[in-house]
Design a protein around this ligand. Structure first.
Ligand SMILES: NC(=O)c1ccc[n+]([C@@H]2O[C@H](COP(=O)([O-])OP(=O)(O)OC[C@H]3O[C@@H](n4cnc5c(N)ncnc54)[C@H](OP(=O)(O)O)[C@@H]3O)[C@@H](O)[C@H]2O)c1
Length: 239
């Protein structure tokens, strides 16, 4: 039976590419996008691929996320919290850091991860523990964070985005501890500097390379390395 991967922010960028590749790799993909009608690349991809099921989901809307989770029948093997926003690369005095933008970044990049995990947690697969190895998991959660949230690699731009990604990585660490008794492994990942709407055209990694690397890293996630913070290439990152 094929495994199931649920991903948020699947409409474009790295999320769209992970959706494409996960389906190619044999996963049933539950591809969540907040604006399905406007995600023409995703709807075109879905028409060509029966393994992809579209779900309309805004990660900041907890009640509707809970309802969507309650309505789906799938068991989920990998939950990928990918949806994210960046409200400007400027520093402290950048006018892009106004309260509504800050609220949106924190609600999406931090609370959005929390709501997604809390809503879909009951769907993470429960396997027969007897057939599991010591490192076996009952499911995996991948949080797409960023090296920009690393305390040791602090920088002078995008302070709100950096703070949100520091929190996303921290949340992944906390969840790894809380969910360990249920044998659910959690990792935080930096996808590279990727040529998407967010990363811009000068970024040095293609969405294809980033998505392939991330999916390979999710394969390696288990109960022995839960709580990991690493890049799409598998480099350990400083918190
Ligand atoms: N690109 C990079 O260089 C880079 C580097 C480090 C980390 N990251 C992280 O990687 C992830 C993907 O980034 P990307 O480069 O693919 O960005 P992107 O091209 O800007 O795409 C972001 C995706 O997130 C979705 N999204 C935003 N707010 C949402 C919400 N409230 N509910 C549901 N979906 C929402 C967007 O949906 P809409 O189309 O509806 O807006 C879009 O599908 C993000 O978490 C980002 O922070 C990216």
């Amino acid at each position: 039976m094929s495994k199931t991967l649920l991903i948020t922010g699947a409409g474009r960028g790295i999320g769209l590419e992970m959706t494409r590749q996960a389906a190619m790799n044999g996963y049933q993909v539950l591809a969540c996008a907040r604006n399905i009608k406007e995600s023409s690349d995703l709807t075109t991809l879905t028409k060509k691929n029966e393994a992809i099921k579209l779900i309309s989901l805004d990660v900041t809307a907890e009640n509707s996320t809970k309802q969507i989770a309650a309505d789906i029948k799938y068991k989920i093997d990998i939950l990928v919290c990918n949806a994210g926003v960046l409200n400007g690369y400027g520093g402290l005095e950048d006018e892009a850091h106004h309260s509504q933008a800050i609220q949106n970044v924190l609600m999406t990049n931090v609370a959005g991860v929390f709501f997604t995990v809390r809503s879909f947690l009951p769907h993470l697969v429960k396997k027969n523990s007897k057939s599991e190895e010591q490192s076996g998991t009952n499911g995996k959660i991948a949080v797409i964070s960023s090296i920009m949230g690393s305390q040791e690699r602090a920088g002078s731009n995008a302070p709100i985005y950096r703070a949100s990604k520091a929190a996303a990585t921290n949340l992944a660490r906390s969840l790894a501890i809380e969910l360990a008794p249920r044998r659910i492994a959690v990792g935080a990942y930096h996808p590279g500097w990727v040529r998407t709407d967010m990363g811009g055209p000068s970024a040095d990694v293609s969405p294809h390379e980033s998505a392939a690397g991330l999916l390979a890293r999710f394969d390696k996630l288990n109960m022995t390395n839960t709580g990991i913070y690493e890049s799409y290439k598998g480099e350990k990152l400083p918190f």
